[in-house]
Write a protein that binds this ligand. Structure first.
Ligand code: HEC
Length: 121
């Protein structure tokens, strides 16, 4: 028992700080295979026409996707988004949101997007 207690003190913080690679990778695959990258950019960096998604807070991204999915759309561009998320399963949304909110590459270029536009491609 005592050993378990000590183990939990040591292991839990390590696990909590670690990236969930499996979810991240599934999210990345979905982002590419569902066509999201064709508008939002290969690194989810966005452009003048499409919003950046990389490293936005998970709660915000999830809320936006669920609003589109529920058809609560106010503008033509929101309506357009709805068709891309309407068939996504909750699990897929969770992976996509995880990937986007933890985006690794975009983080490196976050300081100066415009100057580093071609970075990593
Ligand atoms: C045809 C282009 C296009 C595709 C494909 C597309 N989006 Fe979008 N997306 C947009 C546009 C335009 C908006 C801005 C909508 C608005 O707020 O009016 C948007 C908004 C969003 C937002 C809200 C961003 C914010 O900052 O509020 C999220 C999240 C999002 N898209 C996720 C996705 C995901 C995930 C996919 C793939 C399943 C995807 N999009 C595919 C064009 C696209």
């Amino acid at each position: 028992m005592k050993l378990l207690f000590i183990l939990s003190l040591v292991v839990m913080p390590i696990l909590a700080g670690q990236l969930d690679e499996a979810s991240y990778n599934r999210g990345e695959m979905l982002f590419l295979s569902k066509g999201c990258s064709s508008c939002h950019g290969a690194e989810a960096e966005g452009s003048t026409m499409y919003p950046r998604l990389a490293n936005k807070p998970a709660k915000y991204l999830k809320g936006r996707i669920e609003k589109f999915k529920a058809g609560k759309t106010d503008t033509p561009s929101e309506q357009m988004m709805a068709q891309f998320v309407e068939k996504l399963l909750q699990k897929q949304i969770a992976d996509l949101v995880y990937f986007l909110s933890h985006h690794k590459k975009a983080k490196e270029t976050e300081l100066d997007d415009d100057l580093l536009g071609g970075f990593g491609s």
